[in-house]
Design a binder for this molecule. Structure first.
Ligand code: ARG
Length: 488
């Protein structure tokens, strides 16, 4: 009889698990348990467990404010802080059991806290809502990710300057419309990416400032009762500003958008760089060689050495950009204040941050070990039509207005093509037939180094300009390093 009873009980438990979930936490107003299907659908724990450390940091700051407001005793504060740190430790070691029934990271941690300290633990959520809690957790997470991404971006910029320093006098064709345009220094080309990543770095710093606002103390939307010292919370959590409107505070995700935009820009710049390296790595170009460890073979063609990593970085960029779009689409029609739609904000940000961080990490290693083939680059300049603009400038120096000289050189190019010659193969008589002002010194123009050094405007590719800007960049990197150290 007893056996049958316990069997029945077991069956009932299984049924209960399948149909409904025993969860009496924050369900005071409900007669029924939440169904399993609802719990699964609404849970965000799989993604927001990434915010665990920040949730605990936020709770400890809130705890100190509660103590100051006289809501918990000194003994309770100590007990709760100890328990929160234990939970943090358990999460780190993997001993913590995340439970989908408790929706998100906030409830998971609070539930465990109440298990550990039933009386005092139940006081922690005084003068707080999950709405200001999730905001502060997310801000702390974003600030931390910005620092991580900015560090690696700075490392990459350092590597680019390093590469530039040892390739100043390597000259290759510069392109517009993917057509030979004018010769440039390889250093100048590489440093164009340095500029892009420097703009990205500044963007990260700007969105750090956007995220750097304490929103805790806003409650559900209206602010909180009790004397919650928000300055104290800001100081403890390393925020330099305090939000001014509780309704905006709980419904504002601008910092997440800005971060995702900055990430999208980095991804786009990386993707362009990868595209370029993929082209340079082709048989047709042969401008670079990639280290074996960053390439893969083909399952059928034994000769292949594929630039898969570069292709994947380029490929992942689409996902990063669409994450920014998905944030916009999720947010665009939400009335004030918090709406549950906003739970969907974490996934795109976390995903993009991981993707861009990992892309930067591996790209930095690849670019560091790329071998540039200066000979192949130079050989492409043998097609000397690339000096046509220099010849037009040569005529300007002989007092022919530029529009006129442009036309003359156009005729020269036409003549050379028709006669199946390159520009340097034309004889002086042939030049003179088209324009008498052309003299023998025209042949000095067909020189890569001379051409490059003519571009001596600030920001141009003349080698002394490139050398000088490299010095500026090195100083800039030092300044940016100090800036990063200052970020809390
Ligand atoms: N899991 C929620 C989120 O990520 C936390 C806030 C829940 N607030 C609420 N009122 N249901 O957005």
């Amino acid at each position: 009889m007893n056996n049958i009873n316990s069997k029945k009980k077991k069956q009932a438990k299984v049924k209960e698990k399948e149909q409904g979930v025993r969860n009496n936490f924050i369900r005071g107003r409900f007669k029924e348990d939440i169904s399993k299907i609802t719990a699964d659908f609404t849970s965000s724990i799989d993604i927001d467990k990434r915010l665990a450390d920040f949730d605990i940091m936020g709770s400890i700051a809130h705890l100190y404010a509660l103590r100051k407001a006289g809501i918990v005793s000194e003994k309770e504060k100590k007990e709760l802080e100890k328990s929160l740190l234990k939970i943090k430790d358990d999460i780190k070691t993997g001993a913590f059991q995340f439970d989908k029934r408790y929706e998100d990271i906030h409830i998971n941690i609070e539930k465990r806290l109440i298990d550990l300290a039933p009386v005092s633990g139940a006081k922690l959520h005084t003068a707080r809502s999950r709405n200001d809690q999730v905001s502060i957790d997310f801000r702390l997470y974003v600030k931390n990710e910005i620092k991580k991404v900015a560090h690696i971006l700075l490392d990459l910029r350092f590597e680019l300057v390093d590469i530039a320093k040892s390739h100043i006098d390597v000259i290759l064709p510069g392109y517009t419309h993917f057509q030979h345009a004018q010769p440039v220094s390889l250093a100048h080309h590489i440093l164009a990416y340095y500029e892009m990543f420097t703009k990205d770095f500044k963007r990260l710093k700007n969105c750090y400032d956007t995220a750097d606002v304490l929103t805790l103390g806003s409650g559900a939307l209206a602010g909180v009762d009790f004397e919650i010292d928000r300055q104290l919370e800001a100081k403890m959590l390393g925020f330099s500003k305090i939000s001014r409107n509780s309704m905006d505070s709980v419904s504002d995700r601008d910092f997440a958008f800005e971060f995702n935009f900055a990430l999208s820009m980095i991804a786009m710049h990386l993707s362009r760089f990868c595209e370029e390296l993929i082209i340079w790595n082709s048989e047709e170009f042969g401008f670079i060689e990639l280290k074996d460890e960053f390439t893969t073979g083909s399952s059928i063609m034994p000769q292949k050495k594929n630039p898969d990593v570069l292709e994947l970085i380029r490929g992942k960029t689409g996902g990063v950009i669409s994450n920014l779009l998905s944030l916009f689409i999720m947010m665009k029609a939400l009335p004030l204040t918090y709406n549950r739609d906003m739970q969907e904000d974490k996934k795109p940000v976390v995903e993009s941050a991981d993707t861009v961080y990992n892309s930067l990490l591996i790209f930095k290693e690849i670019i560091k070990t790329v071998k540039f083939n200066a000979k192949n680059m130079l050989s492409k300049l043998e097609d000397d039509f690339i000096y046509a603009t220099d010849i037009a400038t040569y005529l300007v120096k002989k007092h022919i207005p530029f529009r006129k000289s442009h036309e003359i050189v156009g005729q020269v190019v036409n003549y050379a093509k028709e006669n199946k010659k390159t520009l340097s193969q034309l004889r002086i008589e042939e030049y003179k037939k088209i324009c008498d002002a052309i003299e023998n010194d025209i042949f000095d123009a067909f020189n890569p180094l001379a051409s490059v050094n003519l571009k001596k405007s600030y920001g141009g590719t003349a080698l002394n300009r490139v050398e000088a800007i490299i010095n500026d960049y090195e100083e800039e990197i030092k300044r940016n390093k100090k800036l990063l150290e200052r970020l809390k």
